[in-house]
Design a binder for this molecule. Structure first.
Ligand SMILES: Cc1cc2nc3c(=O)[nH]c(=O)nc-3n(C[C@H](O)[C@H](O)[C@H](O)COP(=O)(O)OP(=O)(O)OC[C@H]3O[C@@H](n4cnc5c(N)ncnc54)[C@H](O)[C@@H]3O)c2cc1C
Length: 379
């Protein structure tokens, strides 16, 4: 008998599967895609996630295929000047885990290998269409008519979760911002920042992120901007023409780097209002299905990994219904804090005029080792 059915085999679902299996639970993951995989872009993992990955024994592998940056830097997209930075080399001492940036597929592969080694059953082509909570267990039915029963169901099926409507009636909130991103060979980007840094260039209605991946072989770039077409209510928004227009007026470094960003893949950015109804009976939400957030704090996957650790610990200690309630009580307030802080952080990055000047003055006055902003996230 399966103890835990996980819907969705992204970072959140696989992390949950590994954490639960390591605690002796029988786990089955149902993934709708033909194969497990991630997009060709980078991901930043902060100490709140690397602590968990360290306990799972995965951190050494991730450090080998990733990069440990020296600093997080905020710079001005218009002038190119540095506004402030956070040294990253003492994070293990402060928070129990390092800051690591890596290719998303390297993280997913490490989780997949760990899941296989822990005996997790990994289904593909398993698109869950309905879920029934029988009181004593759960049953998930896939599009091709298969039924998978288990003791509890963890829905890690992302922003547009199929399971979430069972627990709360809401819709994603479009931010009107769109991201273009991708990892390319290092040499393909002439306008690189210092390879020891993760750099965010902030400007009016836009920002641009750069950092190296895969021990410095690849370079990750993310260009994010507010779409005027979205604000006008047009159905087709965020195209490459708007990308170029949004970054016009940036410094030469950012202009040159944006020119090297892939134009064929874009992500309209959306989140949801925080809720505290992640759990009903034997069903619980996890990761973006529970708390989708704007990516400005680089915390969405980190929070999913925290969820995975928390739900597995609860399931190992208490009967299923009580365990899921304990998981929700422990995680929902913290995830809500990160969701709302991410929105505010984006507003701060994208300021214009006198408000932007006041922000820049405050950032310049900040001591690099001031951890006021990050301690609540990383601690
Ligand atoms: C531009 C950008 C940059 C980001 N940068 C960072 C960062 O640096 N650090 C960070 O921590 N986070 C970052 N995030 C957020 C992070 O990517 C997400 O929070 C994280 O990937 C969520 O993982 P998940 O497993 O919960 O959901 P998803 O990644 O959405 O995975 C859901 C899985 O469920 C499957 N699925 C969906 N429906 C069904 C169904 N009905 N049946 C079966 N399977 C189904 C999907 O195929 C998918 O595999 C970023 C996000 C964006 C957009």
């Amino acid at each position: 008998m399966t103890d835990v059915v996980v819907v969705g085999g992204g970072i959140g679902g696989l992390a949950a599967a590994v954490c639960c299996a390591r605690r002796g639970l029988a786990v089955r993951v149902l993934e709708q895609a033909r194969a497990y995989g991630e997009v060709g872009a980078g991901i930043q993992l902060a100490p709140n996630a690397t602590r968990v990955l360290h306990r799972l024994g995965l951190l050494d592998r991730l450090r080998d295929v990733g990069v440990r940056p020296r600093r997080l830097v905020l710079s001005d997209a218009v002038t190119g000047a540095e506004l402030t930075h956070l040294p990253l080399d003492d994070l293990t001492a402060r928070y129990g885990g390092p800051y690591v940036v890596l290719h998303r597929s390297d993280l997913l592969d490490a989780l997949l290998d760990a899941a296989r080694a822990a005996g997790v059953a990994l289904e593909t082509d398993a698109r869950v269409e309905s879920v029934v909570d029988t009181g004593a267990g759960v049953s998930a039915r896939t599009a091709d008519g298969r039924e998978f029963a288990g003791g509890v169901l963890l829905a890690a099926d992302g922003l547009h979760s199929r399971v979430r409507p069972l627990l709360c009636a809401d819709e994603p909130v479009a931010s009107g911002y769109v991201a273009y991103r991708g990892a390319v060979p290092l040499d393909a980007v002439a306008h690189r920042s210092d390879l020891a840094d993760v750099v965010v260039f902030v400007g009016p209605g836009r920002h641009f992120v750069q950092y190296p991946l895969r021990a410095g072989e690849l370079y990750n770039q993310v260009a994010v901007f507010r779409s005027p077409a979205f604000a006008r209510g047009e159905p087709d928004w965020g195209g490459p023409d708007e990308l170029d227009a949004a970054f016009a007026g940036s410094c030469d470094h950012v202009l040159g780097a944006v020119a090297a960003v892939r134009r064929d893949l874009r992500w309209p950015m959306a989140d949801r209002e925080p809720v505290d109804t992640w759990v009903g009976g034997r069903v619980a939400l996890l990761g973006d299905a529970a708390h989708p957030m704007l990516q400005y704090l680089a915390q969405g996957a980190c929070q999913a990994i925290e969820d995975a650790d928390a739900v597995a610990a609860a399931l190992a200690e208490e009967p299923p219904d009580a365990a899921l309630r304990a998981y929700q009580a422990r995680r929902a307030p913290r995830a809500a804090f990160v969701q709302t802080t991410a929105r505010r952080w984006g507003e701060l990055w994208h300021l214009d005029g006198p408000a932007a000047a006041a922000r820049d003055a405050a950032l310049r006055a900040r001591a690099p080792d001031d951890h006021t902003w990050v301690a609540p996230l990383y601690g």
